[in-house]
Design a protein around this ligand. Structure first.
Ligand SMILES: C[S@@+](CC[C@H](N)C(=O)[O-])C[C@H]1O[C@@H](n2cnc3c(N)ncnc32)[C@H](O)[C@@H]1O
Length: 275
């Protein structure tokens, strides 16, 4: 997955990786791979569409953040925004989005596309905003699959949301962990334990992580949401639509028609103090 910046190909392995190592590795990986990511997926994502994942589920149709006409004048935080495509869609609905990402290069792509959305370079585990700054928070595959401590991220999101605020995020569907990340028939046979939470790590010749992905089971994710101070309102598993004939890494029509590829958690900030 990684590029020519290394003397040799990174080694793919499973081992523990803490918060700091995961953050450092993923910042570097996204900085090195942002150009390729935007070139490969920018057309599918659209400059100002809000796409929840490789299935192509669009917020304009799904309305997981609420009715589009209710977004007007809402303060919205997009986490792991990449080139801020979703934020541009929100701004066009009259919302006031802020697009946050760990990767400088991803945010440079946001600047290249333009649109005037405020951009913030920061880690989702330490949000540089005052308490109660936003009405909504959202993330399309941003940050959550890559962090060692998702509860810390959820607590931060809760802190910056106003009471009753919605937090909607998509991640790779946990069931995919048990299958090879391949779009073809080889991606249809279970090859690993769904219950093995040891992170997927790519490391360089010195053993330093250059890419990290963390696995949580579906039950873990629900418990994390609750531990972070949210109520789970819905869990959406988009089905592969007939119009979508595009592969995206291990996501493909073949697999998408048989097993879910994306899980979208629709959460609301609970009213408890000190959660
Ligand atoms: C798969 S991309 C998704 C980007 C965008 N939402 C999209 O749909 O194209 C994941 C993004 O999460 C960002 N990211 C990874 N870890 C992060 C963290 N700890 N804090 C903030 N952003 C992070 C990456 O830099 C990358 O831009």
């Amino acid at each position: 997955m990684s590029q020519e910046t290394y003397d040799s190909e990174p080694e793919a392995t499973r081992r523990e990786a803490g918060e700091a190592e995961s953050s450092r590795a993923n910042r570097g990986w996204w900085d090195r791979n942002a150009d390729e990511y935007q070139s490969d997926h920018g057309t599918f994502l659209g400059d100002d569409r809000f796409v929840w994942g490789p299935e192509g589920l669009d917020e304009a149709e799904a309305a997981l953040l609420g009715p589009a006409d209710a977004l007007k004048d809402m303060d919205v935080l997009e986490i792991g925004a990449g080139a801020a495509q979703c934020s541009r869609w929100l701004a066009a609905r009259g919302a006031r989005p802020v697009a946050l990402d760990l990767s400088h290069r991803q945010l440079q792509h946001a600047l290249r596309i333009g649109g005037g959305v405020p951009l913030v370079e920061a880690d989702a585990g330490r949000l540089p905003f005052r308490d109660g700054s936003f009405d909504l928070a959202c993330s399309a595959y941003g940050a959550v699959p890559f962090v060692a401590d998702p509860v810390q991220v959820f607590r931060e999101v809760r802190r910056v949301l106003r009471p009753g605020g919605r937090w909607v995020f998509s991640v790779t569907h946990p069931i995919r962990w048990a299958f090879p990340d391949e779009p073809g028939p080889e991606g249809l046979s279970v090859s690993a334990s769904y219950f093995d939470r040891v992170p997927y790590v790519e490391q360089d010749e010195r053993g330093d992580a250059v890419y990290v992905e963390h696995h949580r089971t579906l039950g873990d994710r629900v418990r994390d949401v609750v531990a972070g101070g949210f109520r789970l309102v819905d869990l959406v598993e988009p089905e592969w639509p007939a119009w979508n004939d595009q592969e995206w890494g291990g996501w493909s029509p073949l697999r998408g028609n048989l097993i879910p590829g994306t899980a979208i958690f629709v959460c609301e900030r609970d009213g408890r103090d000190g959660a």
